[in-house]
Design a protein. Structure first.
Length: 286
């Protein structure tokens, strides 16, 4: 009986040893196969037929292609080329191009076959002029029309200095604080506000709609001034319209109700106060 048990034990040990050897061989074969596949993939990615050799820019100067070519230069981990059509650094290319010019609003990147890259540049549309925190006072040595202004887009992002050749959607000027809570490149307050965003920019569409609606009273809006939670609209006639920010519809309704008793075209009215619900306070010039 003891001899049979010993034979059975030795047989079990040999079977276990064979299983371990089989597992080791299987593991070795798997590692070898993975190494072969990895080497094959690296070899395939390094072939010229799947590497970007030309970059084309749409919507901007072709010189921006140099930024993309710089970004795809070199290798990942010293092995995999960055100019691979499958692994090129799109995020870095987009960020580098956006950083070159605040006038660029968006960058779209597309593969053009297996060896080409197409990059479309979308620029910002100038909505109006931002000319500082407050209007230049009359007693200042700088003429009112000589203010240095900047243009901003629909999101309130300031991206370029205003030039006389610039065609903005709205002809009036905006005076408003800048948003200090937004993340991004540092901004030197109103001295050099490029890449800054106007505070409460989400309210600009309603504010600008109201400013344009004032044109129906016969005098165009020349400037819009934010004062905390209030807005002053200055008309070309010299009249100031004041209301509470965010209450544009109520303010316009009240103004329309008093249309017959108001003349906003001849400069006879100093200001119209619409800050109180349903009431219109008027101060006439002496």
């Amino acid at each position: 009986m003891s001899g049979n048990r010993s034979s059975e034990g030795r047989g079990s040990d040999r079977l276990a040893a064979r299983r371990r050897r089989s597992r080791r061989r299987a593991h070795a074969a798997l590692v070898f196969l993975l190494a072969v596949l990895l080497a094959g993939a690296v070899y395939g990615l390094r072939q010229s037929v799947v590497r970007i050799s030309r970059v084309q820019i749409f919507g901007a100067n072709q010189s921006l292609a140099a930024i993309a070519n710089t970004a795809i230069r070199g290798n990942y981990f010293g092995l995999i080329p960055r100019d691979s059509t499958f692994l090129y650094p799109a995020k870095r290319i987009r960020a580098d191009i956006l950083a070159t010019d605040p006038n660029i609003a968006a960058v779209s990147i597309f593969r053009n076959g297996l060896t080409g890259l197409s990059i479309r540049i979308d620029t910002r549309a100038p909505v109006a002029r931002w000319c500082g925190l407050v209007p230049t006072p009359p007693e200042s040595q700088v003429p009112f029309d000589g203010e240095y202004c900047y243009v901003f887009d629909a999101s309130g992002f300031i991206y370029a200095a205003f030039a006389t050749s610039t065609q903005t959607v709205n002809s009036f000027k905006l005076y408003a604080p800048l948003d200090s809570t937004r993340s991004g490149p540092p901004v030197v307050s109103e001295v050099e506000p490029l890449r800054a965003t106007i505070a409460q920019a989400e309210k600009l569409p309603a504010v600008f709609d109201f400013a344009r609606e004032l044109n129906t009273f016969g005098s165009k809006t020349s400037s819009v001034v934010f004062r905390n939670d209030e807005v002053d609209d200055y008309l070309a006639s010299g009249t100031r319209i004041t209301y509470v920010l965010g209450h544009e519809q109520d303010a316009f309704t009240a103004l329309v109700s008093a249309r017959d008793s108001l003349n906003l075209t001849d400069g006879s009215i100093d200001y119209v106060d619409l800050r109180f619900d349903g009431k219109v306070y008027v101060k006439r010039k002496k």
